[in-house]
Design a protein around this ligand. Sequence first.
Ligand SMILES: *[C@@H]1O[C@H](CO)[C@@H](O)[C@H](O)[C@H]1NC(C)=O
Ligand SMILES: *[C@@H]1O[C@H](CO)[C@@H](O)[C@H](O)[C@H]1NC(C)=O
Ligand SMILES: *[C@@H]1O[C@H](CO)[C@@H](O)[C@H](O)[C@H]1NC(C)=O
Length: 155
Amino acid sequence: MQQSQILRNLFLFAALSSMAVVVLGVCDSCQTNNVACLNETHYRFCGDNVAPNQVAQCPTGQVCTNLSIICMDEGLYDASCSDTAADGSCPSCDGTTMFVCTSRTTFQQCNGTSLLSQVTYCKDNKICSINSGKYCVDLCEAGDSIECDRTTPLA
Ligand SMILES: *[C@@H]1O[C@H](CO)[C@@H](O)[C@H](O)[C@H]1NC(C)=O
Ligand SMILES: *[C@@H]1O[C@H](CO)[C@@H](O)[C@H](O)[C@H]1NC(C)=O
Ligand SMILES: *[C@@H]1O[C@H](CO)[C@@H](O)[C@H](O)[C@H]1NC(C)=O
């Protein structure tokens, strides 16, 4: 391969990787403060020297942020991983579709323009994708089109 081709491939790879980060949002992704926020209030540690899979919780009224103090009073700073941040991006039942994604990993059936309450879950590591016709797909297959970028369905 010529050097220019190698460089182009590297560039493509870098561009795609940075897109993937955007797609995943900042939930469960290690931040510069060495924690990954799992939702508005819970986080895990990322440092090499900390045993993995330990979940900690912010004090009541505080949210997990990318600041070095990690937890900050709600309303003073944006939570890194929040359900409400992505509220506008989830589809609603508009009468033309039988199912809608109600979080990254769940979908629900529509009855006309109303949403039925039963929640159906995708398998582990799958992302809800009604547009695909398969209900749930691999993250790479979903590409940059996550239909409902929320951690859990609204009640
Ligand atoms: C946040 O995530 C933690 C750990 O996964 C979980 O125990 C907790 O119930 C979640 N809180 C909300 C509000 O979803
Ligand atoms: C921290 O989060 C804020 C608000 O979400 C964002 O504007 C900022 O770019 C983030 N900083 C870093 C270092 O990720
Ligand atoms: C769907 O909506 C119709 C009309 O509002 C109602 O009669 C019916 O019971 C609903 N079906 C379900 C499964 O909720």
